[in-house]
Design a protein around this ligand. Structure first.
Ligand code: HEM
Length: 495
């Protein structure tokens, strides 16, 4: 029956070896740690040039490896749905895991909350949080001790994302510490569950300790945010009632408006008041969107920056070049990194892009097609699952050359993208995924990461005893390291 049902895939190359006649490739994954699963997938993706299939019992997944096909699937209007696997995120209205019909409506509305004007209004928050991080790190510069820089960056990005999505005083509220601790528990649970096929079955999962801990953590987090949502609703109702549809805002000078952070939760609630045709989000939808931003934006940004810092510490020559650029533009250690200044940080951008190429924090994503599509002449039926492995894509030698595994930000300098006279394919570098369902926060991420990296480099020189060749991965929801991001910090003499 299976063979007949999956016969359409007979002409597509298969991942070898199929470990078991019935289980297919499943045997290759069962009992393996997430890091091992990641490497097995990497091996399969690297050994196929365009596309291949993996069979897990009666289910097939299609691995898409060539940039041309990656582009075709990611941008195909019928391939914007997510496989069932994403349900473990438990945020049915949030963009990351929403079913296609819900996602389509919400994404259209939410795109406007990430426009250039709104992002610019976050610059003071990015800078304020960065200054606090720089101060916290000073302890290590004075003591000379080794520091796990990810821990500090994580606290900083969580503060950024919470302040830009929930408002300034969010961490001063009662219960904030409990909220942070339980958020971490809930996020860790997703990471554990996603790699255990048995825990995907709700019936089994509900009897586990993990499930009970997850529910407890979600309950505590939701209690905290529910109160914020209630208070916000009242505040916005008052604002509009008192000021006849928000005229107070219109009286503010343009400069004031420009600088005032356009908080995400405020945007969602104000939308239907300023535009009657706009969507009215329920409390549950708002809560799902806020958690989705935290889930999708916090650990990704933090881990990506920690990887970048470690790579710079491992490559002093690259660090010196990036510092030179920062030092020429940023005159004092507490200077605000403005939009204009960010635009000048070209080499810093190359460094971030190169770190995202070699160590992409969201290396594997999936899609499902809602109608038949044709790839390389193969008719792929509706409901098929596509997998993308950006880590493997980012190391293709035919795209990135013989030095694909080396850290060399220069390859992103203008004019350096071509290999044998051929320009690099636009879908060969996808740290933020691509197409309509790519990362909504990529500009937010680039702005916050540039601000953070510029100030870290301005204030400190980074060194490490770890070597690039010794990097080993741990894979949860994001691609992390199997050991701490241990760096030493030395205050720059001009700071
Ligand atoms: C370095 C930082 C980041 C990286 C590498 C990253 C990467 C990604 C990737 C690869 C996806 C596609 C996921 C998939 O298809 O399964 C994604 C989606 C998403 N990201 Fe990011 N992201 C980052 C930062 C952020 C930030 C800061 C935010 C929010 C402020 C954010 C919000 C989202 C959301 C909401 C989605 C789902 C989009 C949709 O399905 O329409 N991300 N991100």
């Amino acid at each position: 029956y299976w063979r007949q049902r999956l016969s359409w895939a007979d002409r597509i190359p298969r991942a070898r070896p199929t470990v078991h006649r019935w289980l297919g490739n499943l045997g290759d994954f069962i009992g393996k740690s997430p890091a091992e699963v990641f490497l097995v997938l990497d091996r399969h993706f690297r050994s196929h040039d365009r596309l291949f299939t993996m069979r897990f019992g009666s289910e097939l997944a299609i691995g898409i490896t060539h940039p041309e096909l990656v582009q075709k699937v990611l941008t195909h209007p019928d391939c914007q749905a997510k496989p069932d696997l994403y349900k473990v995120v438990r945020l049915p209205n949030g963009l990351l895991a929403a079913k296609h019909d819900v996602w389509k409506v919400h994404r259209k509305t939410l795109n406007s909350t990430f426009n250039a004007r709104i992002l610019e209004s976050f610059v003071p928050i990015f800078n304020d949080c960065t200054q606090r991080l720089v101060q916290r790190l000073d302890h290590y510069a004075r003591s000379g001790d080794r520091c796990n820089i990810l821990e500090y960056i994580s606290a900083c990005t969580l503060e950024m994302i919470s302040r830009t999505s929930l408002g300034g005083a969010v961490f001063e509220r009662a219960g904030a510490e409990q909220f942070i601790a339980n958020l971490e528990v809930a996020l860790k649970t997703i990471g554990v569950r996603i790699f255990n096929v048995f825990l995907h079955i709700d019936f089994i999962y509900q009897f586990t300790e993990l499930y009970r801990n997850e529910m407890r953590a979600i309950g505590i987090c939701q209690q905290f945010t529910r109160k914020i949502i209630q208070d916000k609703r009242e505040e916005i109702a008052r604002l509009f009632d008192e000021n006849e549809n928000g005229q107070e805002q219109q009286q503010e000078s343009q400069e004031q408006q420009h600088r005032k952070p356009q908080i995400f939760i405020d945007q969602l609630m104000k939308m239907p008041r300023t535009d009657p045709s706009a969507r009215h989000f329920s409390d549950e939808e708002i809560s799902d969107h806020i958690y989705t931003m935290i889930v999708a934006g916090n650990e990704t940004s933090a881990t990506q920056l920690a990887h970048t810092c470690l790579l710079l510490a491992m490559h002093p020559d690259v660090q010196a070049k990036a510092y030179e650029e920062v030092n020429a533009l940023v005159f004092s250690p507490d200077q605000e990194i403005t939009i204009e200044l960010m635009k000048g940080l070209n080499y810093v951008e190359c460094v971030l892009k190169e770190a995202m190429r070699l160590m992409p924090v969201a290396p594997i994503v999936g899609r499902q097609n809602l109608a038949e599509i044709v790839l390389d002449g193969h008719r792929i039926p509706k409901g098929s699952v596509f997998l993308f492995h950006f880590y493997a894509l980012h190391r293709r030698k035919d795209v990135w050359g013989a030095t694909a595994d080396e850290f060399d930000p220069d390859r992103f300098l203008p004019g350096k993208g071509a290999l044998d006279g051929e320009e690099r394919h636009p879908y060969s570098h996808l740290p933020f995924s691509g197409g309509a369902r790519g990362c909504i926060g990529y500009r937010y991420a680039m702005m916050s990461l540039k601000t953070l990296l510029a100030q870290i480099l301005k204030n400190y020189e980074l060194t490490t005893e770890l070597r690039y060749e010794d990097i080993r991965y741990e894979y949860q929801i994001s691609l992390n390291l199997a050991f701490p991001h241990a760096v030493k910090l030395r205050r720059r003499s001009n700071c």
